[in-house]
Design a protein around this ligand. Sequence first.
Ligand SMILES: [Fe+2]
Length: 437
Amino acid sequence: MTRHPPVHTAARGPELAARVASLRTRFDAVRARTRALAAPIGAEDAMVQSMDDASPAKWHLAHTTWFFERFALMAGSGCRAVDPQWDFLFNSYYESVGPMHARPRRGLLSRPTLAQVLDYRDVVDDRMRAWLDGPTPPADLLDIVELGLQHEQQHQELLLTDIKHAFWSNPLAPAYRADLPETPAIPETGTSGAGMRWIERDEAIVRIGAAPWPQAAAFAYDNESPRHRALVTAHALASRPVSNREYRDFVDDGGYRTAALWLSAGWDTVQRRQWTHPLYWDDDHAREFTLGGWRTLQPDAPVCHLSHFEADAFARWAGARLPTEMEWEQAATGLAVAGNFADDGRLHPHAGDGAGLRQMFGDVWEWTSSAYTAYPGFRPWPGSLGEYNGKFMCGQWVLRGGSCATPRTHMRASYRNFFPSDARWQFAGLRLARDPA
Ligand SMILES: [Fe+2]
């Protein structure tokens, strides 16, 4: 991280004072939002880990707190850990910080209790506020506070996707929030392809990516930079994501039984895991499990909870392909970051309308055909935080646009999410692209 010289209150310029005030306000809001997301979850729910990839809600609550404690308070002000043993429990993957508890065993942590973790949050919050309000503002570490807020927003989404998987894994199928609005049932009178247009673009050299932060004022992860030129060949991009109705056509057409549609590793995965439909659909393809419990499958809503394998196979069946991340970003650049985000409170994708390019942001993450690799000239952040993104650039694919579980203020056109080919517990769907005939 870039280090700014320490600045005392008396020397706080208006610019620095405004930055501290903004961070202080956002700190309160983001920390409160995480607590609110965890409010419907009981202590027993909060320690469930339903698979290796998912983490218990309690762990998310603690780990996001540990991030501020370890990288801001301890590194910046010499503050002592609330409990030094928790460094081991709540370090996720920072090898340079020290050893860590194995990820698949996070569900074994009945201690500390949920109450202790919530107390931990309160103590660290108080220390952070005192530090931000203090006579010696942590000007050299404000960047870490910004990163901690962005990090916590990522975990807010994971908290939702992980508790959804945990509740789906429970035969009682509890709802995270039974009060979530039921989408009005849409009569099965629509048709596949309705409301979808192909938006054609000529070959072009485009600028993608973000200027490196924190040298640039606007936050972006290190994996989004440097901003650079890329060749985008002539193509057409679908005006909206693929719908449940269209995906159901693929299922009904034997998509999961046709080897020719799948990448070899995908076909192997389909066989081994006996996939026959998206993760949360029932076997009749009439209902799907949501954060509000089992609900009627909405034909015109974007299909979600697909792996990269399934998105890729669907695209091949449809005579199309997945877009590259460059094609996606070219189309998204300049659009308002608006859509169905977590802030809207639906916590599920919903049908849109309008014939133009739509739902680029929110609803579902969109799988791309781009491998998650370094941009030309990529430099990880220095120090431990260089482990944040760069070391995962192997065997994963880029997703774009955010979902109905993403905080709106966390998203931007250059944002690169990434998951392995078989991951499907995220709100991930697809938008088609195709080459000129
Ligand atoms: Fe994390």
